[in-house]
Each structure stands twice: as C-alpha cells, then as structure tokens.
Design a protein around this ligand. Structure first.
Ligand SMILES: C[C@H](O)[C@H](O)[C@H]1CNC2=NC(N)=NC(=O)C2=N1
Length: 99
C-alpha cells in the first residue's frame, strides 16, 4: 500500500504520545535510543521488533551495542515519515515493555 508522508503537525502530535521518540534529520525520520539491562534483553527486543517489521513489511534502521539499540524509522519509498513508522514505533514500545 502506498504510504503518504505525514505533515510536520501530524508527526509532532503523534510523537507527543510516544515516550522518548524524537524527530530527526529535518523531519525525515523518527528516532529513539533504547536501553536494556543486558545484551540478551536487547537482542530479545530486536527479535520481537524484527517480527513486527516483517508483519508490517516495514523495516527499521538500527544499531546495537551491548545493551543499547538506537532506532531510526523512516519510509524510504516516501522519503519521509508515514503512518507505518508510527505503527512500527508502537510495536517497538510494546516489545521494549515486555523486557
Ligand atoms: C518491496 C518492499 O515492500 C519494500 O522494499 C519495503 C520494505 N520495507 C521498507 N521499510 C521501510 N522503512 N521503508 C520502505 O520504504 C520499505 N519498503
């Protein structure tokens, strides 16, 4: 399904409902740095997030070092932030809460 780029207003109000997510790169992406207790927890989070990404057919850019996972979400085909980025962000919040 073709995703439309969200307006800055919609992005800002959607971000207000998510803990710790920020607009990045002049509004092209949303990002969060997750911190876990151990590498095992961080990797379990990544496994669950990867399964959500496959279900949504929407994939994160991320970088893991030990207990930290830096996530950047953008919709490559739209060149900006779409509703899919927020659906994946919500799935990641749920996965992080389960750790
Ligand atoms: C062919 C496939 O549907 C596309 O390449 C999907 C896969 N995952 C994706 N993930 C993200 N973040 N942006 C995309 O544009 C995108 N496109």
């Amino acid at each position: 399904m073709k995703q439309d780029k969200l307006s800055t207003e919609v992005i800002t109000s959607s971000l207000a409902m998510l803990e710790g997510w920020k607009l990045e790169d002049d509004g092209v992406a949303i990002a969060k740095s997750f911190r876990f207790k151990t590498f095992a927890s961080a990797f379990a989070f990544m496994t669950e997030a990867a399964q959500a990404a496959e279900r949504l057919n929407h994939h994160p850019e991320w970088f893991n070092v030990y207990d930290k996972v830096d996530v950047r979400l953008t919709t490559h085909s739209a060149g900006g932030v779409t509703a899919l980025d927020f659906r994946l962000a919500e799935a990641m919040e749920k996965a992080a809460r389960a750790r």
